[in-house]
Design a protein around this ligand. Sequence first.
Ligand code: NAD
Length: 428
Amino acid sequence: MKKEPFNSFVTAQFQFDKTADWLGLDLPARTLLRSPMKEHHFLIPLRMDDGNVRVLRGFRVVHNDARGPAKGGIRFHPQETIDTVRALAMWMTWKCALLGIPLGGSSGGVVCDPHFLSLREQERLCRAWVRQLPHELGPNVDVPAPNMMTSAQHMLWMLDEYEAPRGVKCPGFITGKPVGMGGSLGRAEATGFGVVFALREALKGLDLPADGTTASVQGFGNVAQHAVRLYEQLGGKVICVSCWDQKDDTSYAYKRASGIDVHALAAVTDRFGGINREEAKKMGYEVLPGESWLAQDVDILIPAAVENQITADNVGTIHPRVRLIVEGANGPTDIEADRLIAEKGTLIIPDILANAGGVTCSYFEQVQSNMNYYWEKDEVLGKLDVKLTSAFNSVLEFANKKSLSLRQAAFAIAVSRVVQACQDRGWI
Ligand code: NAD
């Protein structure tokens, strides 16, 4: 039988439907929340440096904004699809609700590969994306942020494009800005650190001291690198990381049984999280096929790359020793793999909880930008720890009380909060 191509939105809707059944939601609530409220699709004619024009496809989707202005990242990615954007917007709604952040969920992107765009072309693209949404973005409407292959520099160009015609400074328009230009200290670390705050709490429940545990990580970009750094500070050892190799158009895993040196490896990694294979070999890393990150003899797995990486086809390769899977990426585990892992009794900290440190810190950035007063890094990361730890413990308590998985519990809490907001506003 021919396999359907993976679609994150199918997963997101499946998760929602299951939660809606469990909560006993009525038809209006289900209909309103299982699809985005608003979608913008547009074409961006991009003038290239050589004078030619390329027409790129862009999106912005607001899933739900009952709890506050929408918030969500922008990806520049060759495999971007409207369904990925829809899924990310929906997951963002649940993340904000779960963390108790007064924001809704959105997401956006452009189908393009910034590896092949000059800086000036990227600047024109950022400005054009903002121009396509003249009334749909704003600090009280919908607040963008970086995601895969978009950076602080991209956010600054977008901010400038928003402010210029309005003749105002409006740093709360966007988050993920450079520090000193409205950005928050700690934003770079936030998602990866949040992953490890959740991991730390889960290990307590498993009675497994972090010191002495080992982990294998998929990805070596922003989320993965910061997660590895904090996990090592807790005494854990990462023996394998993986990344996409742009030149070879495939992924590789980099293994060192004595533990990776995150700083040295980061020094030979490009800004897209691609490790230089030859340099890594010289440093003593074994280079393995990309999927090997999943089969390592470790206690913890951290998928921190892209969607749909743990599937029914490869879930069987997970080593029996693995006790905990922490979803740094959005949607890394497909529906069937999720079921099989739960059957085995391995704990999964779901993405909407594990990687919510990013949006939590984005919210802190928005607050700081709106008052034009910026906190010290320790204050930001301390507040982040409090939020993540409290959300983790609420999910764990609810899961134990109702005999649910952490994923089911996290979705039940988040969805019921959004339903409540829609009801309180009189929408349903
Ligand atoms: P990034 O672009 O900095 O890094 C992505 C990493 O994944 C790179 O090392 C890349 O080589 C690797 N990769 C890509 N495809 C791969 C594959 N098929 N196999 C192995 N490695 C692969 O991105 P990031 O910001 O670290 O985000 C990673 C994930 O975390 C994404 O799913 C993103 O949506 C999610 N996330 C990010 C943030 C954030 O604040 N950056 C917040 C929440 C969720």
